[in-house]
Design a protein around this ligand. Structure first.
Ligand SMILES: Nc1ncnc2c1ncn2[C@@H]1O[C@H](COP(=O)(O)OP(=O)(O)OP(=O)(O)O)[C@@H](O)[C@H]1O
Length: 239
């Protein structure tokens, strides 16, 4: 993958923590490229460092070493959602706004769409994720899984260059899961580079590459619902 092709480019990422009088290096020279149009999954045993990695990729924390770039620019807390949209496990929806208003917010703030165009995009996203009927409710008036899909709609609203999604299917039934898989795949097909932390075999199945966090680096493979399994031939490449 060339520099121009990689929308998300991570080099030599390092992060360690002091623990019990010693120090553990959770990420140790991690490299990763994700190109436009790719869905890449990251899995790993509990404690392998997935949250640490996503926290650094989203610039919620600073690495000890290495770099994270989106579209050639170092990621910072000010990187706009049009470049890097983040779907954290906590989702971060505004409780004072309806679900439709939550999805409309980044469109209003970051794009020049007319109110009608914003409404159309919101309808389309909520419809695609099966939550259109809930548009006028507030986040605390819907289920966790419904909030999760609205948060995904909001993250995808501005067609970001890169989407980071942390366990986006963790609380979904099969029908809801399917809508999320379709939305992730559609976002990639429209050009977004999608990186998903997941242990869900159905997410692995729609991914272009599956990577496992092991000893502080990403290697081909996946950790699914049944634990660590070899990567399916032909679908997994190096990070
Ligand atoms: N702020 C911190 N201080 C000390 N140690 C930390 C800190 N944050 C994470 N760690 C340690 O770093 C390691 C990786 O943690 P992390 O939360 O990234 O793992 P994970 O793969 O996301 O785990 P899980 O799947 O259980 O959520 C763990 O050993 C954890 O105890």
């Amino acid at each position: 993958m060339t520099v121009a092709e990689a929308r998300l480019r991570v080099r030599g990422l390092g992060r360690g923590f002091n623990q019990g009088g010693g120090r553990i290096e959770v990420l140790d020279g991690l490299d990763l490229d994700v190109a436009a149009g790719e869905v890449v999954t990251v899995s790993g045993p509990s404690g392998s460092g997935k949250s640490t990695l996503f926290t650094l990729l989203a610039a919620f924390d600073r690495p000890d070493s290495g770099s994270v770039e989106v579209l050639g620019d170092e990621v910072t807390p000010l990187t706009p959602w049009t470049s890097l949209a983040v779907l954290p496990q906590t989702m971060g929806l505004s409780e004072e706004l309806t679900l439709a208003e939550n999805v409309a917010l980044p469109l209003r703030m970051l794009t020049t769409r007319t109110p009608e165009e914003v409404a159309d995009r919101v309808d389309s996203l909520l419809g695609g994720l099966g939550v259109a009927a809930l548009a006028d409710r507030y986040p605390l008036q819907v289920s966790f899984g419904q909030r999760q899909r609205v948060a995904l709609a909001r993250a995808l609203a501005v067609r970001p260059a890169v989407l980071l999604a942390d366990e986006p299917t963790a609380h979904l039934d099969h029908a809801s899961l399917s809508t999320v898989l379709v939305a992730l795949r559609a976002a990639a097909d429209e050009g977004t580079a999608v990186l998903v932390a997941t242990h869900d075999d159905e997410v692995h199945a729609v991914a272009d590459r599956c990577l496992v966090l092991s000893e502080g680096r990403l290697v081909p493979g996946l950790v699914g619902a049944d634990g660590l399994v070899p990567a399916p031939a032909g679908r997994v490449e190096t990070g």
